[in-house]
Design a protein around this ligand. Sequence first.
Ligand code: KG4
Ligand code: ZN
Length: 376
Amino acid sequence: MSDDKLIRLDMGKNVYHEHNVDGGRPILCLGIESSCDETSAAIVDSDRNILAHIIYSQIPEHQKYGGVVPELAARAHILAIDEVVRQTLDKANKKISDIDVIAATAGPGLIGGVLVGWMAATGIAQSTGKPLVAVNHLEGHALVPRLQATSASGSDEDSSVDFPYLLMLASGGHCQILLVRNVGEYELIGQTLDDSAGEAFDKVAKMLGLGYPGGPIVDKCAKLGNPTAFEFPRPLCDKPGCDFSFSGIKTAARTFLAKIPAPYSEKVINDFCASFQASVVDCIINRLNHAMHDDRVLTAQPKTLVVAGGVAKNSAIRSAMEQLAGRYNMQFAAPPMSLCTDNGAMIAWAGLENYKLGKVLTKPIAPRPRWPLTEL
Ligand code: KG4
Ligand code: ZN
């Protein structure tokens, strides 16, 4: 079977699309996300409206294991995907024929889950003849502040971010500083040499017996604790460059806790979370400070410092980054809380941004468990 029969596309590569279609109507994109433990779909238009957004979180299914179990996640996506897409269309009061473009995460992520969303999107595109965009999950996080952005406090202030911008991308699987020049143009300024920031939050929460996912619980407890009670290290902060390392912080956490008899008191938990979080914040600010002096950043002169990814929900990280941006006369932006962790709206938006540049699929692709942004 020839490629064009497998996916019937009405647009070819590098065909640029106007912002609006059909006499001024905005372009409508259905986005599907299934790369980890959220089955999500959204309909977003090119005027930056989210018409409908459904997120089915599998957290309760994974909680008793203290983390995401890939096999269970894939099965849960299969059971949820049809209903999530149907409800999204219903909520937006749209039929599939009203949608202009379909987008889905094609990696990186847990491949069993990615395949479920990707095959659902491929099926919809094939049966309707709609164009299909393969979205890199990290690009979804990286571009969503252009759909909606807020201040550090997460207020509803509605603005969007222009290129180029300096991005701190911190999620459960990734920790990178990127210079975002344009859609598809990402320059890696620094990255973690071991764990991601989200992983460190989740592991520390697990050691304290606080449950999964750890980030939101540690964030909450940290607000009540003393950030100087435990002396956590600041790995790499005395070194040049913009790379991160969180494994030393995790080891320190284990060593401290080995000396404290369980069960831990509320005070110990709060102080521990506050001290751990302070070390993560310091590392992020130290590395971003170095990034500000990187030749590529100095030349590009980004006007906005942005944080995105699940860890961008962290209140201490948001406010420390806002202060840093102020010191460099930059704006600070973060997605609203609901668009930080994995969601279909960020995939729909990244799909739209790619679609407008003509980046639609002209032949089938295999989803990728690993897919660095710099390979786009
Ligand atoms: O982006 P995301 O939903 O999934 C990945 O693509 O990995 O990020 C999930 C991560 C988890 O590690 C979770 O603990 C962390 O984001 N997270 C937070 C907060 N809320 C979620 N970390 C720190 N503070 C938070 N408030
Ligand atoms: Zn993510």
